[in-house]
Ligand binder design. Structure first.
Ligand code: PRX
Length: 666
């Protein structure tokens, strides 16, 4: 691995980055926001947010902007009433833009659908009527386990329209993960598909839902119905009385639906994300503040000009990026966008670029891991297509190394399109730190500074701001409209996780390390807790450890995130096997990798599993992951003086050396 292709390396070099990329004069002149936005927000932050909220349609305006008296539980736009789906769909139709394309859907096999805002309105109304017929009402939880289909967007909006709370579960997650989420949220309806397309074949979804629901004993399943979209054409079983085809239950419904308006703080959705324990956290978002900030940031960070731009966010709907920057932000802004079902290399490695040429995409939002993969594949793929329509490039999900940033700008953006590195989290709901493309002279690899209206800082362990040039922990120092309103069913965990570390200052602790450079611009350095970031997806070390020890052959397991040139981090597991299995061998390693995929999902499959005789522990029994990370990253091993038994690391290293320096890996 070369130094420069290592996304985590060379951090000390970051502060000496001299390159600056300001927007062209032409871009700056036409941009939605100028430097003035920072001044306005600084002068009166709450008034600034009110201006942003007024970009939406409210049935009743709020009487108070923010109530922080119940901190850390915020309320925004108190007394305001609105409907998120009406804001994302109906109001554009009413404004005479019904014929404007909302979604250009591109299926992996090459099938397409063009959905105008008027058509989207009909589809959402029909789905809302169907949900109502199935007994779903305000506050009920609906689990959505779908591929990237139009129906995924429609299902989310239909829930929002009737005040039901959606809980989208990424289509790559396992039956166990669905079971855990359905149970935690007490979901009464699951919306899924028979299967979806991935790498030219059909992967099953409904059978995984069946397996998940079969885990409920007796009649304890809260799920009354499963609504099934026909997509893959794969054979599935339908349980009489419980399961219904979307085509039958939804298509016959009236195309009109009278919306209700809900209080601004009405829950909109729950989205589960990994924390530092084995149990995922149900992040709760509500309506008015969330929609305000997703719409504003989509307008600001991407400089969206809804009448002319064609926007494409390559995220999956199962992650927060799909929620905020495929569904709520872009649709609230009346954008025209591309949604794509499949992978970037099917049927060929130029598929993304082909789609950009085909739809004349102007704004692209993707992840560093994808950019690094494209770099690896080579410039010949993008160079075959006309990418001259692109005018803004976004990055999200993990730190983007300067080399990838420069490649993105040069090869994809033709050295013309500004790159915006956007930092945020499932918990923040919307972008917090990002350049403004029409204002910022961006530095490769830096998310630059907080957007107007957002207050962020880097502090030391005591909560004191570090000076320029210093490093520390990223905090958010003021509440923001799209902030999480809690963890579903677990207020204590919400307080502990985010608000206890800097309780005295009242800061939100993001869990990320960051540096301020000499100009005060921010450089995100990755997680400081036991959360890994694999291809921009959060997975906790404990979650993977629990999955491993649930296998009968595993006595103990320790998991670390090791630097990986493509995926940012990769999962490396150290396991101690039981008795007869103790020798390990390639077969056992394969079995364990598959076991983790089955327990959590394919994204959590360890890149590497090392069978060891002992794990390094402190005298109090805590596993020293730092040392394991040294091994996983092929570094010389750091300070071992706090180990209970300092010979353990020698044993691990010797064991690895005996295997030719390479552990069992497939
Ligand atoms: O570590 C940060 C990293 O991703 C985490 C949030 O993950 P998740 O909730 O899954 O949301 C991902 C999409 C918003 C953060 O704590 N992260 C996200 N964006 C960036 C980033 N790290 C560095 N730079 C970014 N632009």
């Amino acid at each position: 691995m070369s130094e420069s292709s290592d996304p985590q390396s060379g951090l000390s070099n970051l502060l000496h980055e001299e390159r600056r990329f300001p927007p062209s004069e032409e871009f700056a002149a036409a941009a939605n926001y100028s430097e003035q936005a920072y001044e306005e927000a600084a002068a009166d932050r709450l008034a600034f947010w009110e201006t942003q909220a007024r970009r939406l349609d409210w049935e009743t305006e709020w009487s108070q902007v923010l109530d922080w008296s119940g901190a850390p539980f915020a309320k925004w736009f108190i007394g305001g009433r609105l409907n998120a789906a009406v804001n994302c769909v109906d109001r554009h139709v009413e404004a005479g833009r019904g014929e404007k394309v909302a979604l250009h859907f591109e299926g992996e096999p090459g099938d397409t659908r063009t959905i105008s805002y008027a058509e989207l309105q009909r589809l959402v109304c029909q789905a809302a009527n169907a949900l109502t017929e199935l007994g779903i009402g305000k506050g009920d939880r609906v689990a959505i386990y779908l591929p990237m289909l139009v129906e995924a967007v429609v299902s989310m909006l239909a829930c929002a329209r009737i005040g039901a709370i959606h809980s989208v579960i990424f289509g790559g997650f396992s039956a166990q993960a669905i079971y855990d989420r359905v149970l935690d949220a007490d979901a009464t309806l699951v919306i899924t598909a028979d299967g979806g397309y991935r790498r030219s074949s059909v992967f099953p979804l409904k059978p995984v839902v069946d397996e998940a629901l079969a885990k409920f004993e007796g009649d304890t399943s809260p799920v009354r119905h499963v609504l099934v979209v026909k997509r893959g054409g794969n054979d599935i079983e339908m349980t009489e009385g419980r399961d219904l085809w979307w085509d039958e239950a939804v298509a016959r419904q009236p195309e009109q639906h009278q919306p209700e308006f809900f209080d601004s703080e009405t829950p909109l959705y729950i989205l589960y994300t990994s924390g530092t324990t084995g149990k995922p956290k149900g992040i709760l978002h509500t309506t008015g503040g969330y929609l305000t900030q997703t719409a504003y940031t989509h307008h600001a960070a991407f400089d969206l000009h809804a009448d002319t731009d064609i926007y494409w966010c390559t995220a999956d709907i199962g992650w927060v990026t799909g929620h905020s920057y495929i569904v709520y932000g872009p649709l609230a802004n009346g954008a025209t966008q591309v949604i794509y079902e499949g992978t970037p290399d099917t049927p060929h490695k130029g598929r993304f670029w082909e789609l950009i040429e085909k739809y004349r995409v102007t704004i692209l939002y993707t992840a560093p891991t994808a950019i690094r993969t494209f770099m690896k594949w080579g410039e010949e793929f993008p160079s075959k297509f006309d990418l001259s329509s692109l005018r803004v490039l976004g990055s999200v999900g993990e730190p983007i190394n300067p080399e990838a940033w420069m490649w993105y700008r040069r090869v994809i953006g033709g050295d013309r399109a500004p790159v915006v590195d956007t930092w945020w989290q499932t918990e923040t709901g919307a972008i917090m730190i990002s350049p403004l493309p029409g204002v910022t002279a961006a530095k490769p690899g830096s998310a630059m500074r907080a957007l107007p209206g957002v207050e962020a800082d880097v502090v030391d362990d005591q909560g004191q701001p570090v000076p320029n040039g210093g490093g520390g922990l990223l905090v958010l120092t003021q509440p923001w409209p799209s902030m999480l309103r809690g963890i579903w069913g677990d207020d204590d965990r919400y307080r502990d996780t985010y608000w206890s570390r800097f309780a005295e200052q009242g800061y939100y602790f993001a869990g990320d390390g960051a540096k301020k450079d000499d100009d005060g611009d921010l450089w995100l350095l990755g997680r400081v807790d036991d959360v890994m970031n694999i291809s921009g997806h959060r997975i906790s070390t404990t979650e993977v450890e629990s999955a491993l020890v649930s296998h009968p052959s595993v006595a103990e397991a320790a998991v670390v995130g090791a630097t990986d040139p493509t995926t940012g981090q990769a999962i490396v597991a150290f396991v101690i096997l039981r008795g007869s299995a103790a020798d390990g061998g390639a077969e056992m390693v394969t079995e364990l990798r598959n076991h983790v995929a089955k327990e959590i999902g394919a994204i959590a499959k360890p890149r590497q599993i090392l069978v060891v005789a002992e794990l390094p522990k402190t005298r109090s029994g805590k596993i020293m992951r730092r040392l394991l990370r040294d091994v996983a990253e092929h570094r010389s091993i750091g300070d071992v003086t706090t180990l209970a038994d300092s010979t353990v690391m020698d044993l691990i290293s010797e064991g690895l050396a005996a295997k030719g320096g390479k552990a069992a890996e497939d």
